[in-house]
Design a protein around this ligand. Sequence first.
Ligand SMILES: Cc1cc2nc3c(=O)[nH]c(=O)nc-3n(C[C@H](O)[C@H](O)[C@H](O)COP(=O)(O)O)c2cc1C
Length: 208
Amino acid sequence: MNVKEAITKRRSIRKFKADPVPDELILQLLESARLAPSGSNTQPWRFIVVKNPETMQRLQKASFNQRHVGQAPVIIACCADIKAFGEFPERIDELIVSGALPAKTREVFVPSLKKEGMSADIKWHLIIAAVGNTDIAIEHMVLQAVELGLGTCWVRWFDDNKVKEILEIPQNIEIIALLPVGYPDEDPPQRPRFKLEKIVYYEKYGSK
Ligand SMILES: Cc1cc2nc3c(=O)[nH]c(=O)nc-3n(C[C@H](O)[C@H](O)[C@H](O)COP(=O)(O)O)c2cc1C
């Protein structure tokens, strides 16, 4: 399957077969997340693989009782470490060593990102970046799942505090999505999408 086919075939799956998902396939999903790009290679994503039926039932409850959350054989709780930017200097050094960035980046870039000297504005942008970067990793898994014959559904509608409590997630970690994973037991049609004309401009915003 090529990327275009995976993108076109993907659906949010809300009905799963009871068949277990082999650990090897879950590892393949996590590996595709690991390879996602992130700003300055901060890799802020963290994942919790949940298979315990009791925990899954609690997560379903915390997700306003969305049935597919408790019904999937596996849930991957996808989190972002919003303090990952604290390791900026190390990540920049790695990028310099790997040849992706010129050595002068260290003097130009790193001082403005030192935790002590960082403005609230920069901090806010970095938090947004941690969330956005994690979204990319999640979608890598979602598309990889299609190729493996697995179904997933982004779930963002849940009580953050309850999920944090259930999974013992510390304060500096944000839950970005719960991702139920399993073999699909439905084949939904493509859902409506805007036409390109509504979402694409040329050269300037609003210009057709
Ligand atoms: C960030 C995000 C959050 C979502 N949250 C939920 C959710 O809590 N529950 C759910 O059933 N679907 C959720 N969805 C799935 C959307 O409803 C779905 O992507 C959309 O209706 C388009 O359908 P499709 O994914 O099958 O193309 C979410 C999707 C995204 C990207």
